[in-house]
Design a protein around this ligand. Structure first.
Ligand code: ADP
Ligand code: MG
Length: 696
């Protein structure tokens, strides 16, 4: 076994390797590109490409790929080998600066939401030097952005990078007012990935899992998560082996996998990394998801990343821990002197304003067919966006809003924001797990996103909304300094907090009363993806993204189209799988068993004419009635499904899916599940929840 410190980052062309492998002038030039955003000229690119190739070949690589994130949200790659045949029949290995900087995948089959008609299919990929190249399965992977030739972003990474630039520019303006320079301001991301592991044998017998990622049928297991024994429980050996290999692979790729544990639901687990700059953090998360799926197969397991693989137990989320850092210093760390405290309060106020103003966009960014089964379903935060600040910070904000002095018994008192603030970092014991957006000491944890999601959209929205409120503050403070600035800043903080305090909620987010209270406060509550998506194309959203150069109106509209279509396609697939399974597996099984029972009754009566078979007859009646009910729901679903496919307008179709079709899918499922527990075990065509969740 090699040492972890030797493995760590060994497959990554990171700063250390660059410094070792590049001529010092090239290294410095590249650093100016990576850290300062300066353009990279082709001569430098040629030198970098050569060094990268030599390094990659030494590590066993034979191919390279531009690794990118089309609007599907997953990663794409097309492998090209380094070989270049020579006239005498041999081959040399080449890789040019041009190949490093730009690629041309045939992009016609990626969703573009009408941005790129298929006849002008050519899009190009462009190297993102801010995320390191790495070697995965003998392929040198170069993280890239993906654009059309007319310059529109066709991917998830480009807008994210743009949003990071936008927030950096505005945060620097604010820092300057505090006399702080801030060479480089960046947002950070720690993505906690939840997932399930089940046995391959069970998986292969469940077409619903294989085709949709979730079970469309299944009666609740005799035992769920109520004993609370799985959370942080001892990790079973096969899973432990899987986790070990996963750690090793991820560490080699420079992914700082840190925490692993069993989650609340049976067969559920979590992996949390050490946070990274957001764009790198997203890339790392995508690599993590990919490796999880791949490595599970080494242990006869399948990794499920759907938000709700199983009804009746918890689903999987992906908490998005978010902060802003200026030259490595966390801006949500309350400082030690009055000016730093004021700075903290200003940034906090701006987050509160951003989350309130753009609550619908945030909700939208976490919307997906899969996540509809979580949000608002008493396990994940509700579909209402609100913020949790904790007792202490909550009291500070309250004091500012109500203009009274803040003091706490054990701690220092605070005179309207410019004395010493309590030390929040040490004090995040009062964690509220029911809040969708929680301050957790020195960062914010956005808990709505689902486990299957690419976190680019979430962070793009968060960064852009935050850039907007930082800009508001910087504009208002223009030209002010010293005491005048201080007074104006405090005043601004108080006013803004007063305007947006409705978003703060420290109570139980799962309680029904909160829904009512939230409605009184005028907070949005979009329960389904169909309801959540339209706000993306509201004038307010279009203006926000345009103002900060994050997305043009065309790009916004294309993303809306892609999201809608994806939702409708998933619903269509789920409907088809449901119908197929009911017709070909479940109904025949129920009928066969009913017939067997009927024969049994007749046979028994022949032998024992006066034997009491009434309980068998009763069961037979239930089976026949159940099958009839299944048929009724199946026909309903069938009609609605066909009707939905006639609806050309994608939003209308989405509305129909969410509000008319889902209830019938639920009814059909319930009817089948009722039968599962009275049909004999042998006769049931698929593994049940009891078996899948508690596999050996
Ligand atoms: P939890 O109780 O939610 O598991 P942890 O303290 O374990 O909280 O942290 C969860 C995640 O938050 C980790 O991935 C961690 O790296 C990340 N995190 C910590 N600090 C920051 C930060 N400043 N910015 C972004 N993410 C952070
Ligand atoms: Mg967490």
């Amino acid at each position: 076994m090699s040492k972890v410190t030797d493995i760590y980052g060994s497959m990554v062309f990171n700063e250390h390797t660059m410094q070792e492998r590049l001529p010092s002038a090239t290294y410095k030039q590249l650093m100016r590109t990576i850290k300062g955003g300066e353009p990279l000229d082709i001569d430098v690119a040629n030198v970098v490409a050569h060094a990268m190739k030599e390094w990659a070949i030494e590590k066993g690589a034979t191919h390279f790929t531009h690794w990118f994130q089309p609007l599907t949200g997953i990663t794409s790659e097309k492998h090209d080998s380094f070989i270049d045949p020579t006239p005498d029949g041999r081959a040399i290995m080449t890789f040019s600066g041009k190949e490093l900087i730009q690629g041309e995948p045939d992009a016609s089959s990626f969703p573009s939401g009408g941005l790129r008609a298929t006849f002008e299919a050519r899009g190009y990929t462009a190297w993102d030097p801010t995320s390191y190249a790495f070697i995965k399965d003998e392929v040198l992977c170069i993280p890239t952005a993906f654009c059309s030739y007319t310059g529109e972003a066709l991917d998830k990474k480009t807008p994210l990078l743009r949003s990071m630039k936008a927030i950096e520019r505005q945060a620097k303006r604010v820092l300057a007012l505090f006399g702080e320079t801030g060479e480089r301001v960046t947002t950070t991301l720690g993505a906690e990935q939840e997932y399930f592991l089940i046995s391959e044998k069970d998986y292969e017998q469940r077409l619903d899992l294989m085709l949709t990622g979730r079970t469309l049928f299944g009666y609740s297991p005799c035992k769920g998560q109520e004993l609370e024994e799985h959370y942080f429980g001892a990790i079973r050996p096969s899973v432990n082996e899987f986790m070990k290999e996963l750690d090793d692979e991820l560490w080699a790729l420079g992914v700082s996998a840190r925490t692993k544990h069993n989650e609340v639901a049976p067969a559920q687990h979590e992996l949390a990394p050490i946070f990274a700059e957001t764009n790198r953090g997203v890339d790392e998360n995508l690599l993590t998801m990919e490796k999880m799926k791949l490595l599970a197969s080494h242990y006869g397991l399948v990794c499920l990343q759907h938000e709700k693989p199983f009804e009746f137990i918890n689903g999987s989320g992906k908490h998005n821990n978010w902060s802003i850092s200026a030259d490595g210093k966390n801006l949500f760390d309350p400082g030690e002197n009055p000016m730093q405290n004021l700075r903290f309060l200003v940034f906090l106020t701006c987050v509160i304003e951003a989350v309130d103003e753009y609550q619908e966009l945030l909700r939208m960014s976490a919307a997906s067919a899969g996540n509809d089964h979580r949000l608002g379903a008493n396990e994940a935060p509700p579909a209402i966006v609100s913020m949790f600040l904790g007792d202490e910070l909550g009291a500070v904000v309250e004091a500012l809003v109500d203009e009274h002095d803040y003091s706490s018994a054990e701690r220092v008192s605070m005179d309207l924001g410019v004395d010493v603030l309590p030390n929040f970092i040490k004090d995040n014991t009062d964690r509220n797990r029911t809040s969708p957006f929680a301050f957790t000491g020195n960062k914010f944890e956005f808990r709505m996103p689902g486990s299957a999601q690419n976190l680019s959209d979430v962070n793009m929205v968060l960064n852009t909304a935050m850039a907007k409120s930082l800009k508001g503050f910087a504009d208002a403070m223009e030209g002010k300094a010293g005491d005048e600035f201080e007074a104006a800043a405090i005043d601004y903080v108080k006013r803004t907090l007063r305007d947006h305090e409705r978003i703060i909620f420290n109570g139980d987010g799962y309680a029904h009363e909160w829904e009512e209270e939230a409605a009184r406060r005028g907070l949005a509550n979009h329960r389904t993806t169909a309801d959540a998506l339209p706000c993306l194309v509201d004038q307010k959203s279009i203006e926000l993204f345009a103002e900060f150069g994050v997305l043009t109106e065309t790009e916004v509209r294309s993303r809306y189209e892609v999201k809608l279509e994806k939702y409708n396609k998933i619903m269509n697939i789920e409907c088809r799988v449901m119908k197929r399974l009911v017709r070909r597996d479940y109904l025949p099984a129920i009928n066969r068993y009913a017939a067997k029972l009927a024969h049994g009754i007749t046979a028994i009566k022949e032998v024992l004419p006066d034997g009491d078979t009434s309980f068998m007859e009763e069961k037979l009646r239930r089976l026949v009635a159940g099958a009839a009910e299944i048929n009724i729901q199946l026909e309903k679903l069938n009609d609605l499904h066909h009707a939905s496919r006639e609806v050309a307008d994608q939003q209308e179709r989405a509305n129909m899916n969410a509000h008319e079709i889902v209830p019938v899918m639920d009814a059909l499922r319930a009817a089948v599940d009722e039968m599962e527990i009275i049909v004999e075990r042998e006769a049931w065509p698929v593994p049940t929840y009891n078996e899948i969740l508690f596999y050996a």
